[in-house]
Ligand binder design. Structure first.
Ligand code: ACO
Length: 466
């Protein structure tokens, strides 16, 4: 990286500075001018720190709640052009990966940067397949949950618990430990997810079947009742594998940022990935697919769609599965999923919710309220319909999202650990509270009589930020 040089002068220069890749800023508080290097379309926030009104000043900071315009890392994993609706992993378009690759191939690509050769993929698949079993104590641990526990809560706890089974994973700079953590997390996530489901159902856990594909094995662990050799419908197995590819990574989203933020403390990868699972649980992130299905059920019929959309415009409702922080165009993943919906419905039974979703999409894309705000269907608008057609209950949707996203979290975690520019993530704040107050003994305190306790009604949470 080029050495950065900033010059300070007392007054703004008459002419533009000579360095083409730079930004000249004038601090109108002091009249001083600074030249900041521009690299890859960014200025370094730390370069602002030199801008001070006097020597005692801390220096200028960037204020960016929700990181809407802050690049937190340099990454070579996933490229998104939100305006053009482009998504690429390691340079390969999502369309070509979904058209040709398997999920495990894409997981390898994300983590190691290249598509695997035949022997590489065979070894990778063998290693993942042979680490799908979880320690029997994990089963006991899961049995401690209440019968109606949300499976995402169970997944969160059990992924966190994995760190206690593999204490050597703390050696995050050891390549072998890293490889084993990647294999174990990718291999065990479907097992933990399926066990959480079976626990909810009061059904015995089904152990992994090494003869099946990654997606097929997950379906078997979910749905096998007493078949000696459960064999999933290949159309459904492929549809699920495509869904896994579509959810494998999505650059610096909320959960990946959580994995990187927690991972920056150099905690073990199981704990870092647990942070990602927690972030994914929220309705504005991975929980959206669950919210979409609830919304479609509430709408009941395509005839009720116009009235529902009026409610959205009056801001009484939110059109779940629409809108995205990055895509201001049709989410390319939603386009691929839309095609799969028809194929899956053909292989299963008709679902009246598909008609409601189609009507919602048609009307919203024809309505200025949504087009002006560039609100288009995102990946979650249709994914829930596929999960439902596969027989996966609504509460499991986010869990099924977490399975493939694990590859992305690991790839990002590995990149973080290899990045010499990264340190422990620790944002700054703009302090808005009181200062220098004198401690007041209880007997001298005055104030309103009102006793603070839980409010009578829960206040509505603002639904902003991704
Ligand atoms: N329904 C109705 N209005 C919406 C929606 C929506 N789904 N999304 C955004 N808007 C409106 C906002 O009210 C705002 O309008 P205003 O400017 O008049 O106030 C405008 O569009 C911009 O929205 P923001 O909330 O500023 O957009 P932001 O980038 O912060 O939020 C988010 C993105 C959280 C995804 C949002 O679009 C949303 O809540 N969508 C529904 C939830 C969802 O589907 N999440 C899944 C995302 S994909 C994923 O995580 C895998």
């Amino acid at each position: 990286m080029a050495t950065r040089q900033q010059t300070q002068t007392e007054a703004p220069p008459a002419e533009a500075p000579s360095k083409p890749d730079s930004l000249t800023v004038t601090d109108n508080r002091t009249g001083r001018t600074y030249e900041l290097e521009v690299t890859d379309g960014t200025v370094r926030a730390m370069d602002l720190r030199q801008i001070k009104v006097d020597d005692d000043d801390f220096g200028l900071m960037a204020y960016d709640p929700a990181f809407t315009n802050t690049a937190s890392c340099r990454s070579a994993i996933t490229y998104i052009d939100g305006d053009a609706g482009i998504l690429e992993h390691r340079g390969y378009s999502i369309e070509s990966l979904c058209g040709h690759a398997t999920y495990l191939e894409v997981a390898y690509l994300l983590i190691f940067g290249e598509l695997p050769t035949k022997p590489q993929l065979e070894r990778w698949t063998y290693d993942v397949t042979h680490h799908t079993f979880v320690h029997e104590d994990i089963k006991k641990f899961l049995e401690g949950f209440r019968y109606d526990s949300h499976p995402m809560g169970m997944l969160l706890a059990s992924v966190g618990a994995l760190s206690t089974f593999y204490p050597d994973a703390k050696q995050i700079d050891d390549p072998e430990e890293r490889y084993m953590a990647a294999i174990r997390l990718i291999a065990k996530m479907p097992t933990l997810a399926a066990f959480a489901y079976r626990h909810n159902q009061g059904l015995p856990y089904v152990y992994p079947d090494n003869e099946l594909s990654y997606a097929g094995n997950f379906l078997a662990m979910m749905f096998n009742m007493n078949e000696r050799q459960y064999r999933p419908d290949p159309r459904l197995e492929r549809a699920l594998d495509v869904l896994f590819i579509l959810h494998a990574d999505h650059e610096q989203n909320c959960s990946t940022n959580a994995v990187r933020g927690v991972g920056s403390s150099q905690v073990d990868p199981y704990s870092a990935v647990t942070a990602g699972v927690a972030a994914l649980y929220g309705p504005l992130h991975g929980g959206a697919n669950e919210a979409v299905l609830r919304m479609l059920r509430r709408i009941e019929t395509p005839e009720n769609v116009p009235e529902f959309l009026e409610g959205v415009k009056r801001r009484e409702e939110r059109l779940m599965g629409f809108g995205h922080r990055v895509y201001k165009n049709y989410d390319p993943r939603a386009r691929i999923i839309r095609k799969s919906v028809d194929e899956v419905i053909e292989a299963t039974a008709d679902n009246p919710l598909v008609d409601i979703a189609s009507e919602l999409e048609k009307r919203a894309l024809d309505d200025e309220f949504f087009t002006e705000r560039k609100l288009y269907p995102n990946v979650d608008f249709y994914s829930g319909l596929i999960y439902e057609a596969l027989g996966i209950p609504t509460t499991m949707f986010t869990v099924v999202f977490a399975i493939p996203r694990t590859a992305g979290w690991i790839a990002q975690w590995m990149e973080l650990n290899d990045d010499s520019e990264q340190k422990i993530a620790r944002p700054r704040q703009v302090y808005t509270g009181e200062r220098d107050r004198k401690y007041m003994p209880m007997s001298k305190r005055e104030g309103p009589e009102k006793i603070i306790g839980p409010p009578a009604r829960r206040p509505k949470r603002p639904r902003r930020g991704a």
